[in-house]
Design a protein around this ligand. Structure first.
Ligand SMILES: [Zn+2]
Length: 246
């Protein structure tokens, strides 16, 4: 889904008071993850409910001074068990009013060590009342399955990655064969619809202009990816076909 679609969907949940206790937001684009989370928190706390970014509540969210929001992780370093224990302690302090929600945001949930994961798992299994988690991740495959299974997962497409910087088109154009398999590895992590748009875009931008001999392979791959569930092999084969003509 696009970032705005995810934000709109969750804003509806906020408005209808049906927020779940835990969401995983996944995207290769860290900025999108952080922007989406901020947009949602603004939508919840804004005094005028329009995420105005100027009222006192919005400023508290933006400046990290809202006591109902707890952030941990910096998206680079491994998150320590103690940080998670401190987080859980804060979630269990009930100095807020009955209706006051609390949110916690863990930047890069895949950076949790095994002990920290176990600690957070208990909180996900028995969430304290009125608590919602936004767990951010660049790669769902690195998240513990037991954590994943207790959250609602949204994938945020990285439109800029997919189309503006079409890495596949760039590699074909530059003729740098060695990078092809790196591109293949990246494509395998993307959802089908995004792979299809990258292939269609590369076909139009480069293949039909300069490498028309593999155009058929592209059409076949696009057709098959749309039809099949397991796309890895199709991507791999296409990379080999491209390799041979570069
Ligand atoms: Zn506001």
């Amino acid at each position: 889904m696009l970032k705005n679609e995810v934000v709109t969907k969750l804003k509806n949940d906020i408005e209808s008071n049906t927020l779940s206790h835990a969401y995983i937001l996944e995207s290769p684009n860290q900025l999108f993850l952080e922007e989406a989370t901020t947009d949602l928190l603004l939508a919840y706390f804004c005094e005028t409910k329009i995420a105005c970014r100027t009222c006192r509540q919005c400023l508290n969210v933006i400046n990290n001074t809202n006591l109902q929001i707890i952030n941990i992780g910096d998206a680079t370093e491994r998150i320590k068990k103690q940080e998670v224990l401190d987080l859980i302690a804060k979630l269990n302090i009930t100095n807020l009013g009955e209706d006051d929600k609390k949110f916690y945001v863990i930047k890069n949930i895949e950076q949790l060590g095994p002990e920290a994961s176990n600690a957070i798992l208990k909180t996900l299994e028995e969430p304290p009342k009125g608590v919602t988690a936004f767990l951010l991740s660049n790669n769902r495959d690195e998240i513990l399955p037991t954590i994943k299974s207790r959250c609602i997962l949204f994938y945020i497409d990285d439109e800029s990655f997919a189309l503006e910087n079409n890495i596949l088109a760039d590699v074909i154009q530059s003729g740098n064969k060695d990078e092809l398999f790196l591109v293949g590895a990246k494509l395998r992590h993307l959802p089908k619809n995004e792979v299809v748009s990258i292939l269609q875009d590369a076909l139009k931008k480069v293949v039909l202009q300069e490498k028309v001999e593999i155009a058929d392979k592209f059409y076949d791959a696009i057709y098959n990816i749309k039809k099949m569930t397991n796309t890895n092999l199709i991507i791999e084969n296409l990379m080999i076909e491209i390799y041979e003509v570069l």
